[in-house]
Write a protein that binds this ligand. Sequence first.
Ligand code: BGC
Length: 356
Amino acid sequence: MRSIMGPLAVVVALSLGCAGEKTEPKGKGTAEGTSGKQITIGLSLDTLREERWQRDRDLFVARAKELGANVIVQAANNNDAVQNAQAENMLTQGVDVLVVAPHNSKSAATIVAAAHKLGVPVIAYDRMISDCDLDLYISFDNLKVGELQGQYAVAQRPKGNYVLIAGAPTDNNAHLYRQGQLSVIQPYVDRGEIRIVADQWANDWQPIEALKILENTLTREQNRIDAVVASNDGLAGGAIQALAEQKLDGKVLVTGQDAELAACQRIATGSQSMTIYKPIRALATRGAEVAVAMARKQPIEGADQTLNNGTKDVPSILIPPVTVDRGNLVATVVRDGYQKLEDVFRDVPKEQWPTP
Ligand code: BGC
């Protein structure tokens, strides 16, 4: 087989084998590929740092098991070379389909090329893989995520000084979020109602970068900041830490995304204004189902949208995201079983808890 990284990379991947996990099917049925052998899915994740990715992994594996398929899971710790090597290693192990949440939306195209050489289809999971002959994309409507963040911000703070903190520049989603945010905010800027006082990217979505961006901007603007449009909850957390140093937490509007427990707790106590809830169960279970169908060479149901990745209009399944603030925390993330009421309102006196 053709190597995408050279033999050294395979050795790297094998020595990182402890990050991998092979699941054995428990149910009676086993999913069989076209050759009659049991299906094995390679799930290649960029990171497990944010709470959501652990849910993605667990729910994906559980659904695949129900369908009788094996899953090999590997996470690349924000490293393109490691992710490419891990994918190469999964191909060597004979996976029937690769499901990839890329660290780098562009360089992951080599994974697709290597898989296709072996006739293995590739599904981009949550994050698009650009400039390649990708088979399927399954995600949320990420442009919409950015629009919802922008709409929330301008509805609450139609005038004032804004800080934009985008995600990792290597992640196509980060670009979509920013594009969605600006589509809403830019007309306010053009009318002179909103002034963008900082507009920066956070490498690898690191909360510490958001903390530094905010500290610097607060100093430069003498604390005159009205809104922070942070692209996810991790970045919101970093920004809120800097605001708290200046006793501005709860006063400045802060957006987020992912409905992480820490973010939901901040919404409950008032230091974060909103988050975006993306029902991960829907994505992960659907992801496992389409992976099994693709391995069986069956038609994919519901891929009724397309998203251009620079090379082609990729058949896509895009799940709608939901805006969450203190007013609908219970009706959304709690009622959906995503977070528990007692965890979310842990720091709020019990007599002030909303009724479930
Ligand atoms: C995901 C977000 C996540 C971020 C950092 C994005 O691609 O869509 O849910 O917070 O990556 O991992």
